[in-house]
Design a protein around this ligand. Sequence first.
Ligand SMILES: Cc1cc2nc3c(=O)[nH]c(=O)nc-3n(C[C@H](O)[C@H](O)[C@H](O)COP(=O)(O)OP(=O)(O)OC[C@H]3O[C@@H](n4cnc5c(N)ncnc54)[C@H](O)[C@@H]3O)c2cc1C
Length: 457
Amino acid sequence: MHKIAAELTRTLGSERVLWEREHLATYGFDGTAALYAEAGCVVLPKTTAEVTQVVRYAAEHKIPVVTRGSGTGLSGGSVPVPGCIVLCSVLMDRVLELDQKNLTIHVESGVVTQKVAELADVAGLLYPPDPGSMKISTIGGNVAENSGGLRGLKYGVTRDYVMGLEVVLANGETVAFGNKCVKDVAGYSMKDVFIGSEGTLGIITKVLLQLVPQPRAKKTLLATFSQMDAAAETVSAIIAAKIIPCTLEFLDRITMKCVEEYAHLGLPLNAEAILLMETDGHPVVVEEEAQQMAEIARNHGAMAVQLAESAEESIRLTTARRMAFSALARVSPTTILEDATVPRSELANMIRFIQQTAAKYEVTVGTFGHMGDGNLHPTFLTNEKNAAEMARVEKAMEEIFDQAVSLGGTITGEHGVGLAKKRFLPKAIGDASLGLMRQLKRTLDPDNILNPGKIFD
Ligand SMILES: Cc1cc2nc3c(=O)[nH]c(=O)nc-3n(C[C@H](O)[C@H](O)[C@H](O)COP(=O)(O)OP(=O)(O)OC[C@H]3O[C@@H](n4cnc5c(N)ncnc54)[C@H](O)[C@@H]3O)c2cc1C
């Protein structure tokens, strides 16, 4: 048995320390293409006290610790550092409290996102962040990546719902930040330092989340366009009309074709783009906004606008968007899902640039995403074993990120930097910002044991 595994078995028992190669292989990658490394061992703690013991051992022996939730990350954040301890949170899955007076839910970090959504729903409440991976991803992973989702435009992202965190620091100390108060300005907002920190500053063990009242009504619309520009202009016109839909998503023609071949939903394959729109809130306002959005889409040249008349119909219309990634992923051996993001006003420019760049480098790229918040998912359909094609993919990707930054955007809107995008980070944020991040990392983790080599070297 691996020496580290043998030591940790004394703390956690043999059932919750994995070290055989067939086990390690399962924990060697996340949702990111072409990244793999083997850990020394994997530990599955059940309590904060056990996390502390593992971290203290790692700190004493200067062994890297890579925290992992469900491994659905798309930037290589939970890919092991060779020989490290992978600390997987999935057994820390207790719901500690649902407080209907304060509209909060307190959970351990390994709780699956969908569970929080379901519990909120039963209580007549809503947990708005809804990453596409929510049936599998953990709340800890969502906080560590500051994940977004389809409802981000109106409701914001994970950060907007985190009221408190319990974190185990690199020296094994446990610290709690935040509380149930709607207002609290006592000192720096330390919880915000850990949100989006990708496992590099501390291990999140408990999360206090805010819930909101459920909207009383929702309407779903789907519009098809023969021109991508018309879809982008529709988005701008909806926002300019002072409507903030809860969903404003799009699929380009390549993505539509893949979805249609996969699910036979009857999507119009002669269209250049489809736009999925949802509004929620008071029934009267929802009805009015839905009609307004349909009219705006028609005025901007939509070929057709469908308005769901029932909840079932609404689910049918949203299916195409929900399955976009899976449909693209089955087309080629390697799927690289990116999330270049630009200000909304630059959407049409950016989408055009992605299409031109794909043609220039002769690579296939399907683009879909959160059009309402400028967060695009250009998805490369490729084969990691084809070195020449991968080299062209890399060049295309670099140009796409450069363009996003030059349009006032960013290299990642929600998937994080991890390993996959760290070489682009200096260009995106600049030296001063990067320098501050490095200082923060050195202060909180002087021996660089927490997820070393992620975000920056
Ligand atoms: C099909 C699909 C759809 C997706 N859709 C979306 C989407 O709509 N929006 C979106 O934002 N993302 C999306 N993602 C990306 C991914 O699901 C999210 O980043 C998610 O939050 C990762 O959660 P996880 O539990 O799988 O974390 P992991 O992948 O295991 O880890 C992600 C990062 O968080 C760190 N981490 C995990 N748990 C902890 C913890 N307890 N403490 C400290 N650090 C921790 C890890 O070290 C790593 O750096 C999607 C992924 C897939 C595969």
